[in-house]
Design a protein around this ligand. Structure first.
Ligand code: SF4
Length: 350
């Protein structure tokens, strides 16, 4: 890949940063003093860094840290081989609670691809990394810079917000023109001698000071460089569509000696996971309602209605899926979406 600073287009003067070198120095000094000590920043192992990047794609840092998700995952799958060879059930169980299960399937695909197509050698450039399943431009830049100190820019949601304010960019940021502009700025600002700490610093500044709703401008270490006067109005984004409300009607069917009936998901989103079996509202209207639970899943707000049913009254399935009784011991090891894990936990305690 060519030097990102040499390929970037010139910045229009209204958006020109006063002194790029001073900006880099200020940002790096701040980060050296105050940068967070996240577990994935203590390693240069590209496998561990790829795991952290995929894990953090749709999960907050706070949740990953608080639940030691990164460390626990690496305890279970410490290297490429252990991940590449893992049965799907173990993978899904290890990813439980993080959601977006395609991420773990792609991560396993990436491990398999490195072992088979790259002879076990981790790609060290953004181009090589982007050839792996589930690795896009941001993740490739992050792994290249964090693991190999390769001078690749990165633009994630935090960096987009920070750059749009820093350069006072008032266009909608989702357009391809704006994306080109943001990546170009990230390339021009990048300190090619220290891409690893520089990219971490940029992300952390966006995450801690240049926050979406209340940017901490008076305390911001780069406030003297920042061109916007109206940070709260930036970045400009397309209005989000309202979440769709959905009701699902599920059964709690338990045999006398304890086993519970569970169904295995097919679809694409949660394929392979186990959950309470579902039927139509019409089929369940005469069964006693045990309770309701709400949860969110990609643009949907779901209300789960749970009905009690005896094994002999089980209504027929409208669409054939695998349904099986499992003992409470087996349930512990089954991969299950967390709303169902929580519901089942309360039902079994009651
Ligand atoms: S001065 Fe404010 S708007 Fe500018 S980068 Fe810092 S926190 Fe963001």
């Amino acid at each position: 890949m060519s030097d990102p600073q040499s390929v970037s287009k010139p910045i229009a003067s209204r958006h020109a940063l006063r002194n790029v070198r001073a900006f880099r120095r200020t940002l790096l000094n701040w980060f050296a003093r105050y940068g967070a000590d996240y577990p994935w920043r203590k390693t240069r192992d590209p496998y561990a860094i790829l795991v952290s990047e995929i894990m953090l794609q749709q999960t907050t840092i706070g949740s990953v840290i608080q639940n030691r998700r990164f460390e626990r995952f690496l305890d279970t799958f410490p290297d490429l081989h252990s991940l590449a060879d893992a049965p799907e059930r173990d993978l899904l169980r290890a990813w439980e609670g993080l959601g977006y299960y395609n991420r773990i399937r792609n991560l396993q695909g990436a491990a398999q691809s490195i072992l088979t197509e790259h002879e076990g050698v981790f790609p060290a450039t953004p181009d090589g990394l982007e050839s792996l399943p589930g690795v896009g431009r941001y993740t490739a830049g992050a792994v290249a810079s964090f693991a190999f100190n390769y001078p690749a820019p990165i633009v994630d949601a935090n960096v987009s917000r920070l750059l749009s304010r820093l350069f006072d960019w008032r266009e909608q940021i989702q357009t391809s023109g704006s994306q080109t502009r943001l990546w170009s700025w990230a390339g021009q600002l990048l300190d090619c001698d220290q891409p690893r700490p520089f990219n971490s610093a940029l992300m952390e500044l966006g995450q801690t000071f240049c926050t979406p709703r209340s940017p901490a401008c008076p305390r911001c270490p780069v406030r003297d460089f920042c061109l916007t006067r109206e940070p709260e109005k930036l970045p400009r984004k397309r209005t989000r569509r309202a979440p769709v409300r959905v009701d699902e009607h599920v059964l709690f069917v338990q045999k006398r000696n304890g086993p519970v009936l569970l169904a295995q998901e097919e679809g694409t989103r949660r394929k392979g996971l186990w959950r309470l079996p579902e039927r139509s509202h019409h089929q369940l209207s005469d069964f006693p309602l045990l309770g309701t639970r709400n949860y969110g899943i990609t643009h949907h707000k779901v209300t789960m209605h749970i009905y009690r049913c005896s094994p002999s009254q089980l209504p027929p399935q409208e669409k054939k899926t695998t349904e099986k009784f499992h003992s409470s011991r087996e349930i512990i090891d089954l991969p299950m979406p967390s709303p169902f894990r929580k519901a089942l936990h309360s039902l079994l305690q009651a």
